[in-house]
Design a protein around this ligand. Sequence first.
Ligand code: GLU
Length: 278
Amino acid sequence: MITRFAPSPTGLLHLGHAFSALTASDMARAAGGRFLLRIEDIDTPRCTPEFEAAIYDDLHWLGLEWPDPVMRQSSRRAAYDAALARLADMGLTYPCSCTRADIRAALSAPQEGAPMGPDGPPYPGTCRGRTMDEHGPTDAIRLDMARAAALAGPVSFAETGPGSAGRHDMTPERMVAEVGDIVLARRDIGTSYHLAVTVDDAAQAITHVVRGQDLFTATSIHVLLQRLLGFATPTYHHHRLIRDERGRRLAKRDDARAIRTYRDAGHSPGDIREMIGL
Ligand code: GLU
């Protein structure tokens, strides 16, 4: 078993991150496996070296260990480009110049009541006719979901998380209707969360992806990309989210629940485990 914790250094880690990291590490330890850390620092403007250093420091304080060197997404651009090029060679991508406002306008009246996909409502398809040789520096790159899902066939994965344990399947038709033409490469960072996480989980041979329930709906995209790129599909474990007393999930800006705040107040790693029910 190989599990991972994949935080973005855009803020201090809070109790929800502690829960995620400890769950992944505990699972690997119980199975005699390995726990890896990956720094997801592709959302460049918001990622800082200070937050990255704080991640290492807080996780060590919690008692976690992982092998060095740590994979950092900011040094993985060549791997993302190669995956993108393969999908482009398969005829599954197109450039897209739509702004958020363009998409909102195109979606307005006719799509009322349309399903909400993992990245919002499915893209209305405005740029779908464009070809990759028209790709310019101000374009994002989208996946042509109708073609991709037809080629990949049904998407299927095993889930062991408490809320949704079992096998989950998505037909190509549902991938088109409910997910749609997702962005594979943003114009600013040249990749996307979905592409990077899929390529990196495969590169690190992750067997069990442990992460929050909020990412459950994104999983069908990752499994689809695994099928297209010839990667193995790991087992998924989406855990419950840690919430504040008003029932809201914790956010990075919520420093009151930062691990650092509890450390500074004299709490122990054992106290943190107790607070999050481990
Ligand atoms: N980097 C993501 C986050 O901080 C987690 C990605 C994942 O676990 O797949 O929310």
